[in-house]
Design a protein around this ligand. Structure first.
Ligand code: SF4
Length: 614
């Protein structure tokens, strides 16, 4: 088989025992890799109802077919497990050299079960696999851990690691590599529960390419397109350019979604940060775009990556407009291994709870958590990462569980879907996105839906529920599923003339499969469905496809979208339309017949193939 090795490795961290598993061509073709294959393997290997922190909750790591082929922006792999934050599908991509080294091990992925007796590093050195106890890494940051592991193991290893937050099972802890994070849904805490501090991978294999010359030409073409006007924003300012635009459009959630514009936006925007301080531009391995921009918080301090979501979650969402403090908070999240979006969402909930008198001084322990108080945020982050004291222990649980713990109606302002805190978009003024967030398998996630493309692109009236938008939301999810499974970075999504046929041609050149755009679109639907099936097995149904009470009861208070809202009736109508577009029941369930067709005989016929290439 081209592009794949036709096998993945089941590893029992408790005993160190390994068991190779076949990856048939049919399954590779049906789920591609990355997010798709990770979800499929999780569905297969996770026992139903497993507790997220139990050793039996497998941590899946799936490689991607396009990695290490010369195609720009493809150096990514996907982690998956039952999420401790949502208790449904947890899944997140990790970028850069780690993904390339994983591909070169000669395994299409790893499924890690059990738990290490001592804090350890899993070492996959081609065919050699071992669990290496390194308890001396306790409390170290991911960056320090990466350096220490590489120094201990020798040249060529790439390392993904957790910081203190993962070790302490903070429910939104990240897995990190080279300063980039598989941040969402708390998979760092699953690693911590397995006593697994890091995964180190190295190899020298290259999966075969069916048509190397054709793929080289396609890679040159994609690189040229990736440097065109569609990605200029990312190269010039990165995603931080969104901040001022979103403020102008009135979709910049501020003070825990109590406003949709922020008076201090100008101070935090990419343009200001670039003008006022030193800046470095960088990017993931094997990427020509280089969308990452790093800024200096202050003299003598290390540069910090500042993309839109972190600026939003640590700035406007908390009412903070001091760029130095926002960058320092982002640096602390890097150091401890915390997802900035969930941290910001949880702190914003706490600040509103303080405002409303629902969080007592017994919890606060001297930290004056009020909107706009940057010093309090910088005090709170280390406590959360360590689960220290009443405040750290409460906020390490995320906004949903923290609200359940203190009660007093505070669930009303816990801004999450399925337990995952919302990203930096005001859903009441972006109606297609609102539906995308409500139905998302991993919770309130803009990355797995991209439904805002319809709102921003003018394809739908973003301020009115004039149409139910089920089809638009479903199509956006399917497209994102294919991008996240091949993987091609989402920032390239507008660089294709016609995404599905263009992407299918890349897959055909790589694999030799007789695949077309229609099949790839069907693959997107299949991947979304297997994610749904996983959640369904864990008890998800229509009641989980909802939005926070604030979004269904209050209207946008300010900005160009002022007065716009979504009622429960609007959402119901949109859900009906979405389920119909998907062919699911009115309760949002995949029928037995559909799930059997998907899981038992999932694919079109196998491609013309060769033996696994060395
Ligand atoms: S565009 Fe940005 S996020 Fe995407 S691969 Fe390149 S550097 Fe990474």
């Amino acid at each position: 088989m081209y592009a794949y090795y036709g096998r993945y490795l089941l590893i029992d961290l408790s005993s160190g025992r390994c068991e190779p598993q076949p990856l048939p061509a049919a399954e590779a073709r049906a789920y591609l890799g990355g997010a798709g294959l990770a979800a499929r393997w999780l569905y297969r290997h996770a026992p139903a109802g497993v507790e997220p922190f139990a050793p039996e909750n497998p941590l899946v790591l799936a490689g991607c077919p396009l990695v290490d082929t010369g195609l720009t922006t493809t150096a990514k792999a996907a982690f998956a497990a039952r999420s401790p934050l949502t208790r449904f599908l947890g899944e997140s991509l990790i970028s850069s050299h780690f993904a390339i080294a994983l591909k070169r091990t000669g395994w299409d992925g790893l499924v890690m079960n059990g738990a290490c007796a001592l804090l350890s590093v899993l070492v996959v050195d081609g065919e050699q696999v071992r669990v290496l106890p390194m308890p001396e890494l306790a409390g170290r940051s991911a960056a320090e851990t990466e350096r220490a592991v590489r120094a201990a193991l020798g040249k060529g290893f790439q390392v993904a690691a957790i910081g203190l937050a993962g070790e302490r099972r903070v429910r939104y802890a990240a897995i990190s590599h080279d300063g980039r994070h598989a941040g969402r849904t708390g998979l760092g805490a699953v690693m911590g529960a397995k006593n697994l501090k890091a995964i180190a991978v190295r190899g020298a294999r290259h999966a075969g390419i069916f048509d190397p010359e054709g793929l080289r030409d396609a890679a040159t073409d994609l690189r040229r397109r990736s440097l065109g006007p569609e990605t200029a924003k990312y190269r010039l300012l990165g995603t931080s350019a969104n901040l001022l635009t979103f403020d102008r459009l009135g979709v910049l959630p501020t003070r825990n979604f109590q406003q949709a514009t922020f008076s201090g936006a100008e101070r935090l925007t990419g343009e200001t940060l670039a003008a006022e301080r030193g800046r470095e531009r960088t990017g993931c391995a094997a990427c020509a775009v280089g969308c990452e921009h790093r800024y200096l918080p202050g003299a003598g301090e290390a540069a910090v990556r500042a993309e839109y979501e972190s600026l939003f979650a640590l700035g406007p969402l908390l009412g903070i407009d001091d760029p130095d403090s926002v960058l320092r908070a982002a640096a602390l999240c890097d150091e401890y291994g915390l997802d900035t979006l969930s941290l910001g969402g949880t702190l914003a909930w706490a600040m509103e709870a303080v405002d409303r008198g629902a969080l007592s001084t017994a919890y606060l322990e001297g930290v004056d958590l009020r909107f706009g108080n940057a010093a309090a945020v910088l005090q709170a982050i280390p406590r959360i990462a360590a689960r220290e004291g009443a405040l750290g222990t409460l906020l390490a649980e995320g906004s949903r569980l923290a609200a359940e713990a203190i009660g007093q109606g505070s669930e009303a302002w816990a801004m999450h879907v399925k337990g995952l805190e919302l990203p930096g978009y005001e859903p009441r003024a972006l109606k297609t996105l609102a539906l995308g967030l409500a139905v998302g398998a991993r919770g309130a996630c803009h990355n797995r839906s991209s439904a805002y493309d319809a709102d921003f692109g003018g394809g739908a009236d973003r301020l009115r529920v004039d149409l139910p938008r089920g089809r638009e939301a479903a199509e956006a999810e399917d497209r994102a599923a294919v991008l996240d499974s091949l993987v091609i970075c989402k920032f390239l999504r507008r660089c294709f003339d016609d995404f599905y046929p263009d992407a299918a041609r890349l897959v055909a050149l790589l694999t030799g499969w007789d695949i077309d755009g229609e099949e790839l679109a069907e693959t997107g639907r299949r991947i979304v469905t297997v994610k749904r099936l996983y959640n369904q097995r864990e008890g998800a149904s229509r009641v989980d496809d909802t939005l926070p009470p604030r979004l269904l009861s209050e209207r946008v208070p300010d900005g160009p979208g002022a007065g716009s809202g979504i009622t429960a009736t609007d959402l119901d109508r949109m859900l009906d339309d979405y389920y119909q577009a998907r062919g699911w029941t009115r309760d949002g369930l995949v029928s037995d017949a559909a799930s059997n067709a998907l899981l038992v005989a999932p694919t079109p016929g196998p491609p013309a193939s060769t033996d696994a290439a060395g």
